[in-house]
Design a protein around this ligand. Structure first.
Ligand code: HBI
Ligand code: FE
Length: 300
């Protein structure tokens, strides 16, 4: 894998299934909450406090509200069972523990059944800003508040169902891009400004600032086919963020039959992560200074 300097949060960069054979066919494990050490709870606290300070005014209202309504706080790593009780009442979702990345089909099967697989482990104190697999902070702090929202709840379930279909059709890459640029790195236009709803951003201190404040990245209105043709960064901040006009746009997206779109896009050109295209509705055109500087160092 490339050298990765600034991987602040889980970017899911490893091939799924690199762990050893699972105990259970669905890859779930016991969370084993009582076995977390004080040091592990301390890592959670550090990350929780840092993000809680940054997110008001940067994350969307739905994220902030979801967080408030969940029984999670800075003191300790959340207990999945307790959290699932509240989540289940709100949107029918629950959180199950997995060792890390799981194979794509296993992941989709869980989502299609409103089970969110969350990494059981937490990153080590020396890797607060650097992590390859989704851990409990990324999965719980980043994803679960949005799962309290009925629109996102339906959308991610639909993604699980669509993922199973896309997997069989051999077009997973295109669907994965949609997930990446929405659930993981999505921005949404709110009346008081651009806001974060993507978990990959919301669980990362540096990308929280970068995504909404930096002049470097492009911010482009979300367009399904455009996104399906666009590469993404797994090793660094995104070069382009796609912006929804409203979270309800995801409801429409959840209903779309992707099969004809896959057909139409066969052989269509792929776009670089930092490209701005003639058809784009540009919110802010980026300087790309951040990534250009890194590319220069890499080529020197
Ligand atoms: N496994 N635990 C876990 N979390 C993920 O986000 C995840 C995964 N396996 C596969 C996967 N994501 C993605 O590659 C799919 O969305 C395509
Ligand atoms: Fe994630």
């Amino acid at each position: 894998m490339l050298q990765q300097q600034l991987k602040e949060t889980a970017k899911h960069g490893l091939a799924a299934g690199e762990a050893q054979a699972p105990e259970r066919p669905d890859w779930t494990i016991d969370q084993g909450w009582a076995r977390y050490t004080q040091e592990e709870h301390g890592v959670w606290r550090t990350l929780f406090e840092r993000q809680s300070k940054l997110l008001p005014g940067r994350a969307c209202d739905e994220f902030i509200r979801g967080m408030q309504d969940l029984p999670i706080g800075p003191e300790q790593i959340p207990d999945f069972e307790q959290m699932s009780k509240v989540l289940k009442k709100r949107t029918g979702w629950e959180v199950v523990a997995v060792p890390g990345l799981v194979p794509d089909e296993v992941f989709f099967e869980h989502l299609a059944n409103r089970r969110f697989p969350a990494g059981q482990f937490i990153r080590k104190p020396h890797e607060l800003d650097y992590l390859e697999e989704p851990d409990v902070f990324h999965d719980v702090f980043g994803h679960v508040p949005m799962l309290m929202n009925p629109v996102i709840a339906d959308y991610i379930q639909a993604y699980g169902e669509g993922g199973l279909r896309a997997y069989r059709l051999g077009v997973l890459e295109k669907l994965a891009r949609v997930y990446w640029y929405t659930v993981e790195f999505g921005l949404v236009q709110q009346s008081d400004g651009l806001r974060i709803y993507g978990a990959g951003i919301a669980s990362s201190a540096s990308e929280t600032r970068f995504s909404v404040e930096s002049d470097s990245p492009n911010r482009v209105r979300f367009d399904l086919e455009r996104v399906m043709q666009t590469n993404y960064r797994i090793d660094d901040f995104q070069e382009t963020y796609f912006v929804l006009g409203h979270l309800d746009e995801l409801l429409e997206l959840a209903k779309i039959d992707f099969a004809p779109i896959y057909e139409r896009l066969k052989g269509a050109p792929e776009h670089d992560a930092g490209a701005v295209l003639p058809g784009d509705s540009v919110v802010t055109r980026g300087t790309l200074a951040y990534h250009d500087a890194k590319r220069q160092v890499a080529h020197a």
